[in-house]
Design a protein around this ligand. Structure first.
Ligand code: GAL
Length: 695
C-alpha cells in the first residue's frame, strides 16, 4: 500500500486573494510576440488567473542539444505574472525535439506489430528508454534551476496526459522492463506461470528472459493470455508512473516548495492508467475531461467528476482541461449548446474542483488542433464563446467571494465502486460477451440513482466505500480474496450492498473463482449461477428476457440455480418454455450477518435499473430515494462546518432537454440559463441551465 503524498495546493501570487484557479493551456510559442500583450489584456478581461505553459515547447526551450533558451519564456512569464496571472509550468517533456529523435531513434515507441512510431505527432517516446529518461531529466533540471525562486510559478505540470499516445510500448526496452517488473512482482518463473495460468497452450517460462510483451500473435482469434495481458496493463501504468516520478523527483529536489501534478484523463470507458493508484503520487489531483456528446453529456460529466473526487479522497482537485465548445478528434465534433460552457464548468466545481481550466487559451491557426475550440476563438473577442468565458470568470469570482473554497463535496449515502483493473480485465476479447464490461455498468447505476434524486459518490475500490450506508458493486469482475473479505465484513457489520451480474468472477490474476458465479462472494449474496446467458441479435438467438417486475434484461443474464434459505427472490424471468429460464430468479435479496446483499443477476440498463430501484431499495430499508419526479434535476452539494455554523452551496442542474423546475433554498449566487422567482423558492432551469445557491 502506497501512502498518499502530502496534499499541497498551488498558492495565490503574492498580494492576491485565494481564488478559484481559472485559465487554460497557453501556447504563446505558436504566435508572434505582438499577440502576447493582447493575450494578457484579454485574459485580464476574462478573469484568468492561471495558465499552463510550455507543455509542448521542448524544441523552443532546448533548440539544440544542451543549449537552453529561456529568454522567450522568461518574457512571457514576466508579462503574465505582472498582470496577476500565475503559471503552472510544464516539464515540457511531452513532445521531444527532432534533434533528439534523429540522434537517438532508439527512444521511439514500437507498436504491437513492431512498427516504429515516428515523430510527427507527439508522445512518441518510450517510457522505459534510459536514453530518453536522461534527456528528459536534464530538461527538468535545467527548468527547475532556472525557475527556482520565480514568484510567478505556482505549480509544476509534469508531462502531459501520460499514456494518451504512448500507453503501450512493445519495444525491447519495454520487454526488459516488463521482465524486471514480473521478477519484482512474482520472484520466480514458477510464480509467473502460476499467475498467468501458463500451463494453458504451452506458455510456461523457465527464465524471466522468456517473457515478451503481448506483441502481435496473429489474426483475430489468436488470443493473448488474459492474465498476462492484465499484468501488461498494470506494468504499462507502472512504467509511465516510474517515468513521471523520476521527473517529479528531479523537479521537487530543486524546487521543494512548488506543488506538482500531472493531468489525468478520467472519463467513462477510457482508463489508460490506474488513476487511483497514481492519485498517491501527486501533490494535488488534476483531470482533463472532454464531454460526451448526446443525451448522457451532463450525467457522464458528473459521474467522471465524482470519480475524480473519489480519487482525490475529497481533497480539492484541479480541472486542468475541458473544452469551451467542440473538440477536433471525434469523427463529428459537435459544438457545445448555449449554456453548456458555464454549466459544464459548474458540474466540475460542484463535484469538488477548485480550479476550472480549458484547452486552450487562444485557438490555433495551424496544426492538428486548429479546429479545436478555445477560450479565445478564431472569431476573436467579439464572440459568444469569449462572452461566456468572461461570464464564467465573473461567476467563479462570485463563488469565491461567497466562500466556496472552504467547502468540499458532501458525502453521499450511496457509493458506487469503480475498479480500474476490472475495466481492464473485462476489455479482453475472449469473454462471454463483449457487451458487458465494468466501464459502462457503473455509469448506468450512477444515472439510475440520479433518476431518483440521489447523486451517488463514485469510489475507487481502494477507497473508503465501506464507510457508506449503501454500496453498489457494478460488474466488478475482479475480486481478490482481500476485497471479497472486505465486502463480507462490510455486510456482516450491517452494510447494504447491491451486487450485479459479472461481479466476483475472477481473482486478481483473472483466474475464475470456482463453484458457480459469483464464486468469491456467493455466501454474501446467497445465490449461485451455473452459466451465463449472453443475449444478442443474431438471427433466432435470445435477445432479451422479461422480468416479473416489468423490466427487460439485455446482453447478459445469470442462470441462477440456487438461492440460499436466507435469501428471497424479488423478481424472476418470464421466458419461453424451452429456454430453461422461465421462473429463474433474476433479482434477489439476502440477509447476511447484520446486513443485506441484493443481487441483480442481469443487465437492465439505466432505464431498467431506474425502474427497479424504488422497490429494491424499499426492501432494503434505504429511505433516501426520492421518487422518479426528482430525476430532472441533478442536485450537488458542497458544504463545510466552521465555528459551529454549516455553510452549504447547492448546485441545481437541469438533466432534461426541456425546461425543469426546482424548489430551491438559500440565496442564489450563480444563475445561468435559468430564472429564480422573487421569493427565491423556485427556479426554472432551461436545458443546460444551472443555479447555485448558498444556504
Ligand atoms: C488533451 C491534450 C491537449 C489537447 C486536448 C484536445 O488530450 O492534453 O494537449 O490535445 O486533448 O482535446
Amino acid at each position: 500500500m502506497f501512502e498518499h503524498r502530502q496534499y499541497r495546493w498551488p498558492q495565490p501570487l503574492k498580494g492576491s486573494r485565494p481564488r478559484i484557479w481559472y485559465g487554460g493551456d497557453y501556447n504563446p510559442d505558436q504566435w508572434p510576440e505582438e499577440v502576447w500583450s493582447e493575450d494578457v489584456r484579454l485574459m485580464g478581461e476574462a478573469g484568468v488567473n492561471i495558465v499552463s505553459l510550455g507543455i509542448f515547447s521542448w524544441d523552443r526551450i532546448e533548440p539544440r542539444e544542451g543549449e537552453f533558451d529561456f529568454g522567450w519564456l522568461d518574457k512571457v512569464i514576466g508579462m503574465l505574472g505582472r498582470a496577476g496571472i500565475a503559471v503552472d509550468l510544464a516539464s515540457a517533456t511531452a513532445s521531444p525535439p527532432l534533434w533528439l529523435t534523429q540522434k537517438h531513434p532508439e527512444v521511439l515507441l514500437r507498436d504491437q506489430e513492431g512498427h516504429t512510431v515516428w515523430p510527427g505527432a507527439r508522445q512518441h517516446w518510450r517510457p522505459t528508454s534510459p536514453v530518453f529518461r536522461d534527456y528528459a531529466l536534464k530538461l527538468c533540471r535545467a527548468l527547475a534551476e532556472h525557475y527556482k525562486g520565480n514568484p510567478y510559478v505556482v505549480a509544476w505540470h509534469v508531462g502531459n496526459e501520460y499514456g494518451c499516445h504512448n500507453r503501450f510500448d512493445y519495444s525491447d526496452d519495454a520487454m526488459h522492463a516488463f521482465q524486471e517488473w514480473c521478477r519484482q512482482r512474482y520472484g520466480t518463473p514458477q510464480a509467473v506461470n502460476e499467475a498467468w495460468g501458463a500451463a494453458f497452450w504451452s506458455q510456461e517460462i523457465t527464465d524471466f528472459s522468456q517473457i515478451i510483451p503481448p506483441r502481435y500473435v496473429g489474426v483475430q482469434g489468436s488470443f493473448t493470455n488474459p492474465s498476462k495481458m492484465l499484468d501488461f496493463k498494470r506494468f504499462c501504468s507502472d512504467a509511465l508512473k516510474a517515468f513521471y516520478s523520476a521527473e517529479r523527483d528531479e523537479l521537487s529536489r530543486i524546487t521543494p516548495d512548488i506543488p506538482l501534478t500531472t493531468n489525468f484523463m478520467v472519463s467513462v470507458n477510457s482508463s489508460v492508467l490506474d488513476y487511483d493508484d497514481w492519485g498517491d503520487e501527486v501533490d494535488f489531483v488534476s483531470n482533463d475531461h472532454y464531454f460526451l456528446p448526446g443525451e448522457a453529456h451532463l450525467d457522464e460529466m458528473a459521474y467522471s467528476a465524482s470519480l475524480v473526487d473519489g480519487i482525490a479522497r475529497k481533497r480539492p482537485w484541479f480541472l486542468m482541461e475541458n473544452s469551451t465548445s467542440a473538440v477536433n478528434w471525434r469523427p463529428i465534433n459537435y459544438r457545445k449548446e448555449p449554456g453548456q460552457l458555464i454549466r459544464d464548468a459548474m458540474v466540475h466545481l460542484g463535484m469538488g474542483a477548485d480550479a476550472i481550466c480549458f484547452f486552450q487559451w487562444r485557438q490555433s491557426r495551424a496544426g492538428a488542433e486548429k479546429f479545436h475550440s478555445a477560450m479565445l476563438p478564431h472569431s476573436g473577442e467579439n464572440s459568444q464563446v469569449f462572452r461566456d468565458v468572461c461570464e464564467l470568470g465573473d461567476d467563479l469570482n462570485k463563488l469565491a467571494d461567497a466562500g466556496i473554497l472552504e467547502t468540499r463535496l458532501k458525502k453521499s449515502e450511496v457509493a458506487i465502486v469503480f475498479d480500474y483493473e476490472s475495466e481492464w480485465a473485462t476489455e479482453n476479447l475472449a469473454t462471454p460477451t463483449q457487451q458487458v464490461c465494468h466501464a459502462t455498468e457503473p455509469l448506468d447505476w450512477f444515472r439510475a440513482f440520479a433518476d431518483h434524486g440521489v447523486t451517488a459518490d463514485m469510489v475507487p475500490i481502494r477507497g473508503p466505500w465501506d464507510e457508506y450506508d449503501t454500496v453498489v458493486l457494478p460488474s466488478v469482475y475482479l475480486l481478490s480474496e482481500k476485497n471479497s473479505q472486505r465486502l463480507r465484513e462490510y455486510v456482516k457489520g450491517g452494510g447494504k450492498v447491491i451486487v450485479t451480474c459479472y461481479s466476483g468472477i475472477s481473482d486478481e490474476h483473472d483466474h475464475i473463482w470456482l463453484g458457480g458465479y459469483p464464486g468469491s462472494i456467493g455466501d454474501v449474496v446467497g445465490v449461485r449461477s451455473e452459466e451465463f446467458v449472453p443475449m444478442g441479435d443474431d438471427d433466432g438467438t435470445l435477445d432479451h428476457l422479461e422480468l416479473t417486475n416489468g423490466t427487460v434484461a439485455r446482453d447478459i443474464a445469470d442462470h441462477i440455480t440456487d438461492v440460499a434459505p436466507s435469501a428471497k427472490v424479488l423478481a424472476s424471468y418470464k421466458a419461453g418454455e424451452y429456454t430453461g429460464l422461465d421462473g429463474v430468479p433474476a433479482i434477489t435479496l439476502n440477509g447476511f450477518g447484520s446486513g443485506l446483499a441484493a443481487y441483480v443477476g442481469c443487465r437492465l440498463g439505466r432505464e431498467g435499473l431506474s425502474q427497479t430501484l424504488p422497490e429494491l431499495l424499499g426492501q432494503m430499508n434505504v429511505p433516501y430515494v426520492k421518487g422518479q419526479d426528482t430525476g430532472s434535476i441533478l442536485r450537488v452539494e458542497r458544504g463545510a462546518t466552521q465555528d459551529g455554523k454549516d455553510t452549504c452551496f447547492v448546485f441545481y442542474f437541469n438533466r432534461d432537454s426541456k425546461p425543469a423546475a426546482a424548489a430551491i433554498s438559500g440565496v442564489p449566487v450563480v444563475t445561468s440559463h435559468a430564472s429564480v422567482d422573487a421569493g427565491r423558492k423556485n427556479a426554472l432551469l432551461e436545458p443546460n441551465g444551472v443555479v447555485v445557491t448558498k444556504e
